[in-house]
Design a protein around this ligand. Structure first.
Ligand code: UDP
Length: 322
């Protein structure tokens, strides 16, 4: 009789928005999940439903310090980082440290445990892009000394570090470039467009569109993102892969969509555009299609409808367990 070995995955940032959805997915895939988070922007409520599950454990730890995990590891998903513009304005040094020192520690652990390592990178590596849509071959247009530079450059450094561990130490690395993603467990006060617009619309307040709202983004529903990440973690592909929904929208039209979705009578007001705010952003997903056979299944309207209930509860201050 053969017993199949249970795989163990460490998810840094596992109590955050994306990290907690990944905890759920890898538990469902039969992995033992070790969730690590310092709970600065992560929230224990996001993983409360997993506590008590035999295959799940939580370690409170800041990954910029030496990481110790008992036993074997097959996979490390490195998702620890502040991830919204107001978070990295408030925590510029932690943001730089987690992307650099934290990635170094997590890669060192991967080498030590002979584990595969998957880096959560970002469309921000493209900065304010000069090509459109953005394919993985584009090197980006980032202002290193701007407000967003602390996040963008930390993630660019993290990619360089992952590739160095891959080339020099032979660590199996994977890099996902994540485009704007939404879904349950987003913090309603994280300052990003979607949670902010939802909160404002549901409370009947004006929606604050920055600039003239002509800048574009392409929003991905969290289940689609998680599917792409899972496939990448199982694939043999080492170069970066964009995961995002190419359905592009201007921020002004997006604000109007949220007003319509929520049935709100809120107005729109215009505020100053933050510095270095990218004018356009849209993933070229040819590579994800080719190497992962992945494409998004939810269009924005459907994904937003699925997310509305979560925001209604969150805005009411109800305990949200989904
Ligand atoms: N934005 C906005 N109003 C807000 C928050 C954001 O108009 O209350 C704009 C922001 O300037 C940017 C876009 O919405 O152009 C997306 O911002 P978000 O912070 O969600 O993501 P990112 O800029 O990192 O793509």
């Amino acid at each position: 009789m053969s017993t199949q070995k249970i795989k163990r995955v460490l998810i840094t940032g596992g109590a955050g928005f994306l990290g907690s959805h990944l905890c759920d997915r890898y538990i469902n895939e039969g992995y033992e999940v070790i969730c690590m988070d310092n709970l600065i922007t992560g929230n224990a409520d996001n993983i409360a439903h997993l506590i008590g599950n035999d295959g799940f454990s939580f370690i409170k730890h800041d990954v910029t310090n030496y990481i110790h995990v008992n036993g074997e590891l097959d996979l490390i998903l490195h998702f620890a980082s502040p991830a919204s513009p107001i978070d990295y304005l408030e925590m510029p040094i932690q943001t730089l440290k987690v992307g650099s020192l934290g990635t170094h520690k997590a890669l060192g652990l991967a080498k030590e445990k002979d584990a595969r390592f998957l880096l959560a990178s970002t469309s921000e590596v493209y900065g304010d892009p000069l090509t459109h849509p953005q394919s993985e071959d584009y090197w980006g247009n980032v202002n290193p000394i701007g407000d967003r530079g602390v996040y963008d450059e930390a993630k660019r450094f993290a990619e360089a570090m992952a590739m160095a561990y891959h080339r020099y130490h032979g660590v199996e690395t994977r890099i996902v470039r994540i485009f704007n993603t939404y879904g349950s467990r987003m913090r309603i006060n994280d300052g990003r467009a979607l949670p902010t617009f939802m909160r404002q619309a549901l409370n009947g307040n004006s929606l604050t569109v920055f600039g003239d709202g002509s800048q574009t983004r392409s929003f991905t529903y969290v289940d689609d993102l998680v599917e792409g990440i899972y496939r990448l973690s199982q694939s043999e592909y080492t170069d970066p892969v964009n995961i995002g929904n190419p359905q592009e929208v201007s921020i002004l039209d997006f604000a109007k969509e949220i007003i319509e979705l929520t049935g709100s009578d809120s107005e729109i007001t215009f505020e100053e555009l933050p510095s270095d705010d990218p004018q356009v952003r849209q993933p070229d997903i040819s590579r994800a299609k080719e190497v992962l056979d992945w494409e998004p299944r939810y269009d924005r309207k459907e994904g937003l409808r699925k997310t509305l209930d979560y925001f209604k509860k969150a805005v009411n201050g109800d305990k949200v367990t989904e």
